[in-house]
Design a protein around this ligand. Structure first.
Ligand code: ACO
Length: 311
């Protein structure tokens, strides 16, 4: 028996807080509409994807009691790379001083779960990797049209990270996972090079509820679990109404959801590790607890995983 264990976690948020009141002052919107329709109260804008990733990655490595040079696999999930070439993970790898391999992964807002599943599989394949740093970092403010009330109020910038270490005597990290995509849904959410995010919000909402519930129900069934066995539900933080619908349909008690959406807005790849770290720092996780991760994003991609916390 062998598996990977989450041994560290960390986050980074830009200093600049942007409240709903600031949008109210310059767009045809209200704090009441934003809170009621999305659950978002404020978000953070600023920084570069690499700088946020470095800060979150360094915090996760320190929490794990490691040095960056102990990391031999770095996966950065992002949709907002610093540059077209090279991958932003190159900058992060160099600035942190990691060893071994690094690459970017783009599966939009489902990317963090894709990255976790990939890192766990690469550690488990015994192909030379012992410790992975899995970072989700995005600066969506850069690709958001701040004059479009339909998208401007939704997004924020940030990063989160975890360290995964392979142990010969650990139980498997993943009880079940499901990664998927429906490319025919590309037109409902996309961003051209040099442009802004275009989104059919209502359609994304409808499809997101369907694909995330189906995918999460599949991993629960594969792991022979029911929703009430999940100690912590860590969904992509896009809209509190999507999260509420999932909790209800999956039979997960609402108090078991990890939520940072009200403080961060939708931070794409960063949203799941930000919510996980927030729950871990609040002491909401014990060894052996089962966590359900659920993401969805442009593509349309989706991803779910049931993960064991601790050994
Ligand atoms: N303030 C006030 N009114 C607004 C705002 C705003 N900020 N934005 C839209 N409206 C208006 C619309 O123009 C529309 O007006 P109309 O009826 O006169 O045409 C009305 O509010 C209702 O609009 P809907 O789009 O039907 O509102 P809905 O309740 O669906 O909420 C929202 C919109 C919040 C965008 C919702 O559809 C949603 O969250 N969708 C999913 C978005 C999502 O998850 N995106 C992320 C996916 S991947 C990623 O993370 C990058």
């Amino acid at each position: 028996m062998s598996g990977s264990v989450i041994t560290g976690w960390g986050t980074a948020l830009p200093e600049k807080v942007v409240t709903n009141a600031e949008f109210e002052a310059r767009l045809d919107t209200t704090d009441e509409w934003i809170v009621e329709r999305t659950g978002i109260r404020e978000r953070r804008f600023g920084g570069m994807t690499s700088s946020l990733a470095v800060e979150a990655g360094a915090a996760a490595v320190t929490k794990a009691g490691l040095e960056p040079s102990d990391i031999d696999l770095l996966i950065l999930s992002t949709t907002t790379p610093d540059k077209a070439v090279p991958a932003t993970s190159s900058t992060v790898h160099a600035q942190l001083g990691c060893s071994g391999a690094a690459f970017d992964l783009n599966a939009a807002c489902a990317g963090y779960v894709y990255a976790l599943v990939t890192a766990d599989a690469m550690l488990g394949a015994r192909i030379g990797f012992e410790r992975a740093l899995v970072i989700g970092a995005d600066t969506l403010s850069v690709i958001t049209d701040m004059e479009d009330r339909g998208t401007a109020v939704l997004f924020g910038d940030g990063a989160g990270a975890v360290v995964l270490e392979h142990h010969e005597d650990a139980e498997p990290l993943m009880l079940a996972s499901d990664l998927g995509l429906d490319g025919s849904l590309l037109p409902i959410l996309y961003c051209e090079h040099g442009g802004y995010l275009k989104m059919e919000g209502k359609e994304v909402f409808r499809k997101a509820v369907r694909v995330t519930v189906d995918s999460a129900a599949k991993v629960l069934a594969d792991a022979e679990l029911t929703g009430d066995r999940i100690a912590l539900f860590v969904p992509h933080q896009a809209n509190v109404r999507i999260i509420d619908a999932m909790l209800q349909r999956l039979g997960i008690p609402p108090e078991r959801a990890a939520l940072v959406l009200d403080r961060t807005g939708n931070t794409s790849s960063a949203s799941i590790p930000l919510a996980l770290s927030d729950a871990a720092d609040a002491g909401r996780l014990s060894d052996g607890d089962l966590i359900l991760f659920s993401g969805f994003g442009a593509g349309m991609t989706w991803a779910s995983a049931v993960v064991r916390w601790g050994r």
